[in-house]
Design a protein around this ligand. Structure first.
Ligand code: SF4
Ligand code: SF4
Ligand code: SF4
Ligand code: FES
Length: 952
């Protein structure tokens, strides 16, 4: 059963940060002990004494505009606002008196003289703070009447697909403006005009859609009336039940209340006590959940013998038996290693764990891999080698203590928006940021944000850059030698410091490679090394390179050399893309590692799993995804179970991937939609959305959070149940009655999860692993007294230029990334209102390069690389530097991965998505590949329609 969450009482103002001590005050005769710096309003709320308020809320600093919260304080004149008055020891406060009531009633009457009095028909009837205050004060009408000047006829702004703004309901409390400024950091709202003419305005008197608004919903959450309200609330009415779950989009892992009315979801609102998001959200998690109900959902299992045949809808038992038979036939014919599985970072820990168990125990090989292969596998390798643990070192709130933040190859305001807002908040408090990125992102320059340095390095030169930074730090004596002596392996330090101080690694020598002026790089290195707390955050711009793992080691080296690991405010923080990338890696999805990153070749580790799983395990690592694709084309690999992953769109060199898919004799896709990969499938097993199942996700800060079932699975099976049935049909017995039992097994077998259980997750809300007897409530900061490997290891990071470089034939470098409204391959967000913001991938090109080629904004441009070619619309912008072009990969028809090559990281095979040499030219029509795709999609859609028609 879903667990009900009681609404959390709004305490009026935020908890004071870093209170030095406590004070005792008296409120209405009641003694209250609170932290220094607490507002009188909050102190009263903590004591259960409700002071009426309108402009105050505990997610925003007090503003003091409405005067509804006035109180009397002995020894002070007048009636101060309790939200802007801090407690003082011995203070005596009275919240009720005839004078206060009169003041409040008068203010309220002024408000309602310009507010419709039709509460009964208002969509927020019962969820309106103005209504609550009016009821409390017994005010039903205003002696000022509604006849005077008012805003009651003001036009609604319905431009945003998800919420409306009705100025006639607005009481100009500034909560929305402050939420947009202080929480989201977008500064999209202003108050236009003065006095009575004050109006809330988006942008420069624009509609919300035309303004800078990024649709995070913070203003809607904070609005005390129905002036800003979700359209679904207007259409469906207020919710009557709330269940806590975790966002299924990015690696921030925001906690949400799923608010339902009957069986229907009305809205998702961010939880104030969610540790990853603290009440904030972004457009994806807050609003883009409607895909669960999209007409494209496939909810009936389907099979076919060849991809040219129509699908046949079948029962679950027939689909499972068919799959098991085909897999066993393939193994009998081609050998045990001819099949494998791919786990998904969109699925839960429990589901991922079961797929790797199925492969190892049921298939009898280790041919299991995950989509983390193509994003953060170098993080695993690089951090494990240097620090001993392949995960980020901090909690997100650590950034609030950072003084200098180095952000490398990441664009958090687009890809990890709630963390991006936290980061901006810290920068507005005075921390400095060094942005290392070929592109000008929002954190380089935006309202109230100016990067101390934007190091616009050339794509492919990361390792040269890290070495130059290290050169300055070591050569100029800026390293923290006490920390290094205490915490690190000295022989490795000596070898590394000797290496980085070689003249060839100096910023001057590397300037031609990195493109960064040596003086600016030196200044950035000094700033970082001299920071009290220097924190590094990085993304796929570091990992998706031929030297991705080397780059990650370069980052760890910099952090160790400057003593920036093992406390709050510092650390090495990979920003994980999908919701459960961390978890899918933790759960043993890589072919060489069992859960908890333990090598499959270790006999003691194998024995542990063999005893629990009652099977003999194969000691050799299996195939990685690229190896599976190669082996499929070679005819050695014939069957694949692909859960929740769309390799035909997400993996590089699409021609190669599609050829591999076509070579398979049995491709089983378990997903929500007939995605690009499923067009090549023989079995389609309908998956469940995060709203339809129980489980856990682990976010980028190692935080394990519950996913809770809101509604029954539309297909009749949760994903974990499908894997269990497949295992049993293959003759390997699995018995679980609930995902909590799977987590119990994970905890028994995985040292960093020993203390994790659903019961503890319910009690604590979330847990950051390691969670074991040494850290029963989890570990927010890692490597505090010593590194997981003991002493930190400085790895030598020689720079090896990629073979992918600009030539006369391909003179531009293409790099790729994400945009805020769309998510990864777009299968979910493309089926929501988010397409109003972005409905195609675009190619960004610098004006100089565009002019050379006669390209204008909006023109069709052909992009050719040695791997293939595609056609997109152009955006001419100075966000990219000359010589670099940029696109996203959210839309399958764009074919971004037709162009990317199969170059990959030397250690992990993570593809080199971030650098492809291309030529760009103006064209007039789609590419040949795009035309073929249109035809192939049409064929596959018709084969799907036949299945649906036959079952109608
Ligand atoms: S829209 Fe809502 S939050 Fe904004 S000023 Fe008006 S009433 Fe206050
Ligand atoms: S939705 Fe977010 S970005 Fe848009 S106006 Fe509201 S707070 Fe600002
Ligand atoms: S920041 Fe990430 S986890 Fe949070 S709501 Fe947005 S997509 Fe979901
Ligand atoms: S709630 Fe204190 S002044 Fe508005």
């Amino acid at each position: 059963m879903p667990e009900l969450q009681l609404p959390i009482y709004d305490l009026g103002t935020p908890k004071p940060r870093d209170a030095a001590g406590q004070v005792t005050i008296s409120i209405d005769g009641q003694e209250v002990v609170v932290d220094e710096g607490t507002s009188v309003l909050r102190a009263a709320a903590i004591a259960g004494i409700n002071i009426p308020k309108l402009c105050a809320t505990d997610s925003l600093d007090a503003f003091g505009s409405c005067r509804m919260c006035v109180v009397e304080i002995e020894g002070r004149k007048g009636a101060p606002a309790s939200c802007t008055t801090s407690v003082e020891d011995g203070m005596v406060v009275h919240t009720r008196s005839g004078k206060l009531e009169k003041l409040r009633r008068n203010i309220l009457e002024l408000y309602i003289s310009d507010h419709p009095l039709d509460c009964v028909s208002c969509p927020s009837n019962g969820d309106c703070e103005l209504q609550d205050v009016a009821e409390e004060l017994g005010v039903e009408s205003s002696r000022y009447g509604l006849q005077g000047q008012n805003h009651l006829q003001a036009a609604k702004d319905e431009s945003n697909p998800y919420f409306t703004f009705d100025p006639s309901m607005c009481i100009v409390c500034y909560r929305c403006v402050r939420a947009c400024n202080d929480i989201q950091g977008t500064f999209a709202l202003t108050v236009d005009g003065r006095g009575f003419d004050s109006n809330i305005s988006a942008g420069q008197m624009e509609s919300f859609m035309d303004s800078e608004c990024v649709s995070c919903g913070a203003c809607v959450n904070s609005c005390p009336t129905t002036a800003l309200v979700e359209k679904q609330v207007v259409e469906m009415g207020l919710p009557d039940k709330s269940t806590v779950t975790t966002c299924a989009y990015c690696g921030v892992g925001c906690t949400f209340n799923v608010e339902t009315r009957g069986d229907e979801i009305v809205r998702m609102t961010p939880c104030k006590d969610g540790r990853a998001n603290e009440g904030h959200a972004c457009i994806k998690g807050r609003f883009a959940f409607g895909y669960f109900n999209h007409k494209d959902r496939i909810t009936q299992p389907m099979i076919r013998d060849s991809i040219d045949e129509a699908w046949r809808e079948v029962s679950w038992s027939e689909a499972i038996e068919y799959t098991a038979r085909r897999f066993r036939e393939i193994q009998a014919k081609y050998g045990r290693d001819s099949i494998g599985g791919i786990t998904s970072s969109r699925c839960s820990n429990e589901e991922t764990y079961l797929v790797q168990k199925l492969v190892r125990a049921g298939f009898g090989n280790n041919n299991v891999d995950t989509c983390a292969r193509v994003c953060h596998s170098p993080t695993g390798y690089g951090l494990k080698t240097t620090l001993g643990e392949s995960a980020g070192t901090q909690a997100f709130d650590s950034v609030a203590k950072a003084d200098v933040i180095m952000l490398i190859g990441a664009n958090p305001t687009a890809a990890h928006p709630v963390f991006g807002s936290r980061l901006k908040h810290r920068l507005r408090q005075g921390a400095q940021i060094i942005v290392v990125d070929p592109r000008e992102t929002e954190l380089v320059k935006s309202p109230h944000i100016r990067a101390a340095h934007h190091l616009q390095l050339k794509p492919g030169s990361n390792v040269a850059f890290f070495n130059s930074m290290a050169h300055v730090i070591v050569a100029e004596g800026l390293a923290d030698l006490d920390y290094v002596r205490d915490r690190c392996e000295m022989p490795s330090w000596e070898a590394w410091s000797e290496f980085v101080t070689l003249e060839e690694n100096s910023p001057e020598s590397m300037q031609a490679v990195t493109g960064i002026p040596a003086g600016e790089l030196r200044a950035a290195a000094r700033l970082f090394a001299n920071a009290g707390n220097g924190a590094i955050y990085y993304g796929l711009g570091v990992t998706e390179h031929s030297q991705g793992s080397t780059g990650v080691m370069g980052i760890a080296n910099l952090a160790m050399a400057t003593g920036n690991l093992g406390r709050e405010g510092v650390g090495v923080n990979p920003l994980r893309g999908q919701n459960n990338v961390q978890g899918s890696c933790d759960m043993g999805s890589f072919p060489h590692e069992l859960p908890g990153y333990r090598h499959i070749s270790d006999p003691q580790v194998r024995e542990l799993f063999e005893n629990e799983w009652n099977v003999k395990l194969h000691p050799e690592p299996g195939l990685r995804i690229p190896n599976m694709l190669d082996a499929a084309i070679n005819g050695e690999f014939r069957g694949l179970y692909c859960q929740g992953e769309d390799i035909a769109q997400s993996d590089p060199n699409t021609h190669h991937v599609e050829a591999a898919m076509k070579s398979l004799e049995c491709l089983v896709v378990q997903d929500l939609f007939l995605n690009e990969t499923a067009r090549f499938a023989h079995v389609f097993l309908p998956g469940s959305t995060f709203l339809e199942k129980d489980g856990t996700f682990t976010n980028a800060e190692r935080r394990i959070s519950r996913v809770r079932k809101i509604m029954p699975s539309k297909s009749g099976r949760e994903d974990w149940q499908i894997t269990v049935e497949l295992a049993n049909a293959l003759g390997y017995e699995m018995q679980y009655s609930h995902p909590s039992g799977i987590m119990d097994e994970i905890a028994r077998l995985t040292p960093s999860f020993t203390g994790v259980s659903y019961e503890k997750l319910k009690r604590l809300g979330s847990i950051q692993w390691p969670c074991n007897k040494d850290a029963p409530d989890g570990t927010p900061t890692m490597h505090v007294d010593e590194f997981v490997r003991g002493k930190g290891y400085f790895a030598i990071t020689g720079f090896v230029p990629t073979s992918e470089r600009s030539t006369r034939r391909f003179p531009l470098l293409l790099t790729t990334g994400r945009i805020l409204p769309q998510y990864n391959v777009g299968a979910q967000t493309r089926r929501t209102g988010n397409t109003a913001w972005a409905d195609e991938d675009l190619l960004e090109i610098h004006p100089v390069d565009a002019e050379d080629r006669g390209i204008g904004n909006g023109d069709w441009v052909g992009i050719q690389s040695r791997a293939g070619d595609t056609v997109l619309h152009a955006v001419v912008t100075e966000r990219v530097q000359p010589g670099v072009v940029y696109t996203t990969f959210h839309f399958p028809m764009s074919g971004a991965n037709i162009v990317t090559t199969d170059n990959s990281d030397w250690a992990t095979n993570c593809p080199e998505y971030k650098i492809t040499a291309v030529q760009v030219s103006r064209v007039t029509q789609p590419s040949e590949w795009q035309k073929q795709q249109i035809e192939f999609n049409r064929q596959q859609q018709s084969l799907l329609e036949k299945a649906r028609g036959s079952s109608a």
